[in-house]
Design a protein around this ligand. Structure first.
Ligand code: SIN
Length: 474
C-alpha cells in the first residue's frame, strides 16, 4: 500500500514520536500518526482548562456559527474523508458516505441546540425572592472513541460538548487516528479557538488516559467501547468525581413474528446485522423467528446474505469490507468454530478467503451454550433461533446482561407496543432495523452503559444545573 498524502494532515499537531497506521485492506502501513504520551496529555489539559475560561463565555450564537462552518467543511471534504476511513478501518465507501452524513447531522443538530440551552424560573413562597435555574457548561471533557464509527461516534460526543461551551480532549482509537485528526483540523479551519478541541492520538492509550483520568480539571469522561473497559473507567473516575457517559457493549435480539412482512424483515436484518461488516454495537446478535415461518425466513435470509458483495472497501460496489484487524477476525472465526463444534449448521458463508475478509454467515441450530450467544461477535455472523409464542420471545430477548438495542417485526400494533414496552433495552426498533438518528437518544441499560448521546439528551451530559436564589432588597 502506498503512503497516503493528505495535505490537511500535514498540519496536524506533532508529538515526539509517531506510530504507523496499518490498513485492513492489505495490512500495509500507509501513514504515520503522532504517538502522544503523558507529557502531551498534561499540556493538553492545561490548554483545555485555559481555553474553557473564554469558550464558556462565548454566546450560543458564536458557538453555533463555528459548528455550522465545521458542518459545511465536512460536506465539502466528503470524498477525501470517506476514502481515509475506508483505508483506516475498512468501511466500504458507499456505506462510508452514510456514516459521514450521520456524523454531519450531529454537528448540524447541536449547532441548532446550542441556542436552546434554556433555564427556568420557579415561583417562590416568599414575595421578595426570585428562584432561577441556569444550565452552564461543565468544563473540560475527555472523550475516548472507538474505530467502528470514526466520524459519527466522535461528533455524537464532541459536537454537543462544544455547543454547550465545554472544551474537549479527544483520544481516538489507535486504528483510526487520521480521521479524528482530520475532524480536528476542520474544526480549526472553521474558526474553533485554540485549545477548544485537541486530538491526542496514541498507540498505547494508558499514559494519556492515566494523566487525564487523574486530573480534577477534567470534569466529564465520555467513552464508547467494551463493558470491561467501561467498568474500569467508571472506578477510575470516582477519585476525581467526574461525570460519566458510557456507551458499552450490546447483544441485540431481533424478534420476527409470523405476521411480519418477510421481505422487509430480511432487508432490515441485512441492514442491521451486516452494516460495517457486523462491527456495530447495535448490530443484532440473535435473530428469533416464530416457528411457523422460521424455515421460509431462513432460506430467504441465506439467499440475500450469499449475494452480499465482499471486497475492497474502496470499490463503490462493495457491501462488506475487511474486518478491522487480526484480533477481530480471530474472534469471528472462534465463534464460528465453537458453534460448529457444538452442533450448529452454517447455512451460508463462514470462511475467510484471504486477509481480513470474512464471508457473511447465517447459522442455525444455535443454543445458549455457544459463544455466539454469550459474547458480542462483532462480525458478519447471523445466528437464527426459533420461538413459539410472544412471552417466550420476550423472555429470551431479555435474558442477557446487556441492554443497548432490540428490534421486533410485526404488523400487529397491539403486539408492537406490548413487546416494545417489555424489552429491557435503551433503543427498540419496531419494523425498523436502523433506528439511530441525531435527534433521538442513543444509549443502553444494564451493562450497556449509562447516559445518553443524541437529541436534547446528549447535550445534558455537558451541562451543570445551577440554582440562583435572588432576594430583593426591600
Ligand atoms: C455504535 O456502534 O456505537 C454506533 C451505531 C449507531 O450509531 O447506530
Amino acid at each position: 500500500m502506498t503512503t497516503l498524502e493528505i495535505p490537511r494532515l500535514e498540519r496536524a499537531p506533532k508529538a515526539a514520536r509517531t506510530f504507523k497506521v496499518h490498513s485492513p485492506i492489505d495490512g500495509g502501513a500507509f501513514a504515520e500518526a503522532p504517538d502522544c504520551g503523558a507529557e502531551d496529555a498534561r499540556n493538553a489539559a492545561d490548554r483545555a482548562a485555559s481555553a474553557f475560561e473564554s469558550w464558556k463565555r462565548t454566546t450560543a450564537y458564536e458557538r453555533a456559527a463555528i459548528l455550522k462552518r465545521w458542518h459545511a467543511l465536512m460536506i465539502q471534504n466528503e470524498p477525501e474523508m470517506i476514502r481515509l476511513m475506508a483505508m483506516e478501518m475498512g468501511k466500504p465507501v458507499t456505506e462510508g458516505l452514510g456514516e459521514l452524513k450521520y456524523a454531519e447531522s450531529f454537528v448540524e443538530w447541536y449547532a441548532e441546540e446550542a441556542k436552546r440551552i434554556y433555564g427556568d424560573t420557579i415561583p417562590s413562597q416568599f414575595a421578595h425572592k426570585r428562584i432561577m435555574v441556569a444550565r452552564q457548561p461543565t468544563g473540560v471533557v475527555y472523550a475516548i472513541t472507538p474505530w467502528n464509527f470514526p466520524y459519527a461516534v466522535v461528533t455524537r460526543k464532541i459536537a454537543p460538548a462544544l455547543a454547550a461551551g465545554c472544551t474537549v480532549i479527544l483520544k481516538p482509537a489507535e486504528q483510526t487516528p487520521l480521521s479524528a485528526l482530520y475532524l480536528g483540523s476542520l474544526w480549526e479551519e472553521a474558526g474553533g479557538p485554540a485549545g477548544t478541541l485537541q486530538v491526542l492520538t496514541a498507540l498505547d492509550p494508558v499514559p494519556v488516559s492515566s494523566i487525564l483520568l487523574n486530573d480534577p480539571r477534567v470534569r466529564v469522561l465520555s467513552f464508547t467501547g467494551s463493558t470491561a473497559v467501561g467498568m474500569t473507567l467508571y472506578e477510575r473516575c470516582a477519585k476525581t468525581m467526574k461525570r460519566l457517559a458510557l456507551e458499552l457493549g450490546g447483544h441485540a435480539p431481533f424478534l420476527i413474528f409470523a405476521d411480519a412482512d418477510l421481505d422487509a424483515a430480511v432487508r432490515e436484518v441485512i441492514a442491521c446485522k451486516f452494516r460495517n461488516a457486523g462491527q456495530t454495537c447495535v448490530c443484532t446478535n440473535r435473530i428469533y423467528v416464530e416457528e411457523k415461518i422460521a424455515e421460509n425466513f431462513t432460506d430467504r435470509l441465506a439467499r440475500a446474505v450469499a449475494a452480499l458483495r465482499v471486497g475492497d472497501p474502496l470499490d463503490p460496489a462493495t457491501q462488506i469490507g475487511p474486518l478491522v484487524n487480526a484480533q477481530g477476525l480471530e474472534k469471528v472465526e472462534r465463534h464460528i468454530r465453537d458453534a460448529r463444534n457444538k452442533g450448529a449448521r452454517i447455512v451460508t458463508g463462514g470462511a475467510s478467503p484471504r486477509g481480513l475478509y470474512f464471508e457473511p454467515a447465517v447459522v442455525t441450530n444455535v443454543d445458549s451454550g455457544m459463544l455466539l450467544m454469550q459474547e458480542e461477535t462483532f462480525g458478519p455472523v447471523a445466528p437464527v433461533l426459533r420461538f413459539r409464542e410472544e412471552s417466550e420471545a420476550i423472555r429470551m430477548a431479555n435474558d442477557t446482561s446487556y441492554g443497548l438495542a432490540a428490534y421486533l417485526w410485526t404488523r400487529d400494533l397491539g403486539r408492537a407496543m406490548r413487546v416494545a414496552e417489555a424489552l429491557d433495552y435503551g433503543i427498540v426498533g419496531v419494523n425498523d432495523g436502523v433506528p439511530s438518528t441525531a435527534q433521538a437518544p442513543f444509549g443502553g441499560r444494564k451493562f450497556s452503559g449509562i447516559g445518553r448521546e443524541g437529541g436534547r439528551w446528549g447535550i445534558e451530559e455537558y451541562l451543570d444545573v445551577k440554582h440562583i436564589s435572588l432576594a430583593l432588597s426591600s
